[in-house]
Every structure is written in C-alpha cells, then in structure tokens.
Design a binder for this molecule. Structure first.
Ligand code: PGA
Length: 253
C-alpha cells in the first residue's frame, strides 16, 4: 500500500507565535503510535523553527516552493539546497496558486521537481483542473498533461515523492470534490503512474481542496485516496488532528 500522508499547507499565513501555539496544541492532542505520516508546509521563514518541535512529534517539514537553481543571482528566491540545509524534507511543486499567480508553467514545475530531487527534498507534485476545464470535459486531459510534463523529465524518480490532486475549483472555496469525483481522478492518476512501472504505482496520491474534519472520513474511505493536502483547516490544530484521526480510522490499512 502507498504511504498515508496528511499534510498541512499554511500558504502565506501564520506567525512565530501561531506556529508555537499550533505545535504545542498538536503535542497535547498527539496519540502514539501514529498510523500515517504528517507533514507541515509553513511559510519559508517559519521552516527553520518548525523543524525541532515538529521532528519531536515525527512531523516532516517542507517548503511551499523552491527555485530551480542551487544558487545565484535570483533575488528573493530560495534553493532546495538551502531548505535541506535547515532541515526541510519535502517541498510542494506546482501548487495551483503558483501556476496561476506566479505564472509557473509545466516546464517550471518540472525544473523545480528536478531541483528538489537533486537536493534530496521529496517533491509533492500538485495537479488539478480549473472549473472551466472540468466543464469542458477536459479535467482528466489537463491533469494527465501536468503529470506527464514532470514524468517526462524525472521519470520514476518521482517515486521519492507524492502527487496531490487539487481541483482548482475546490481550493479555499468550501466546495469539496465529492469522494466519487476525487476517487475517479485518483484512479486515472494511479493508472498513469502504474503504466510507468511498479515504483511509480506506489506513489501516494493525496486529495486537496477544502478538506475538513467533516468531509475527511468519506474521502479517505476511497481506495485510491492516500491522504490529504489541507490548506485552511490545517491552521487550526484541533481540525488538523481530527483530519489525521480520520485518516487513521478510515484510510486504507
Ligand atoms: P484548502 O487548500 O484546504 O484551503 O482548500 C488546499 C490547498 O491549496 O493545498
């Protein structure tokens, strides 16, 4: 079975105080042994100080993005190597907000995935269609193209990472894909990966888009939903803990 993962993406939210309070609340509600992996993607400035308290709970810490180059004249950017240097273990690549707001193309996403792997960061590749693309009947084609653009460059090295299916229309909107809609896309993604060999067939496929404690169990009960990439609800420790518990109770063993 693929690894089970619940990941929190804080986006551009949070402060040092909020991070400390959040991790303290997680510690209080923590149940051992955990039967799924937990990851946190705070804003880059909070990554270094998240490492120690998060590792104490076995939580991995990741970047929300990294630059393709290892160093150089790229004012304001952060390299995957720098993230590894401070203790990060994962990075998101291709989040729809970066594709949309920062103009990241499939080629950029592939280059950032290469950079992550080069540095030893595990990439979580985000893919997903917009509402217009879904209405036009192109959801699967769009996701296939996003996935294949990266697979064409990194091949089965993506087995070190994960894929997050995040339909753009469900992100931050309160509108979740139904478990059936999400599962259908997860199956399609699994088939694309499996066709490239058994290692890729085992890549965890997470769902993202308005995941909350109320809808997590029904999503996790689906066979090909191996976890969740949680935005808004991951800012609330109680909600995040409830989503982790839902994975442990309802996810595949
Ligand atoms: P959301 O965000 O849970 O707030 O919809 C998910 C994401 O963008 O990763």
């Amino acid at each position: 079975m693929p690894q089970r993962i619940v990941a929190g993406n804080w986006k551009m939210n949070g402060s040092r105080a909020q991070l400390a309070a959040f991790l303290a609340a997680l510690r209080q509600g923590w149940a051992e042994p955990r039967r799924c992996d937990v990851l946190l993607f705070p804003p880059a400035l909070l990554v270094p100080e998240a490492i120690e308290p998060a590792s104490a709970l076995g939580i991995g810490v990741g970047m929300q993005t990294v630059h393709p180059e290892a160093s150089g004249a790229f004012t304001g950017e952060l390299a995957a190597e720098m993230a590894v240097d401070v203790g990060a273990s994962w990075t998101l690549v291709g989040h729809s907000e970066r594709r949309e707001l920062c103009g990241e193309s499939d080629e950029d996403v592939a280059a950032r995935t290469v950079a992550a792997l080069r540095a030893g960061l595990r990439p979580m590749l985000c893919v997903g269609e917009t509402l217009e693309q879904r209405r036009a009947g192109n959801a699967e084609t769009v996701v296939r193209e996003q996935l294949e653009a990266v697979l064409a460059v990194v091949g089965d090295e993506l087995a070190a990472g994960a894929v997050a299916y995040e339909p753009v229309w469900a992100i931050g909107t309160g509108e979740t894909a139904s478990p059936e809609t999400a599962e259908a896309m997860h199956v399609a993604i699994r088939d694309i990966l499996k066709a490239r060999g058994p290692r890729l067939g085992m890549v965890p496929i997470l769902y993202g888009g308005s995941v909350k404690p109320e809808n997590a169990a029904a999503l996790f009960a689906k066979e090909d939903i191996d976890g969740a990439l949680v935005g808004g609800a991951s800012l609330d420790a109680a909600a995040f803990l409830a989503i982790i518990a839902a994975m442990e109770t309802h996810g595949n063993p």
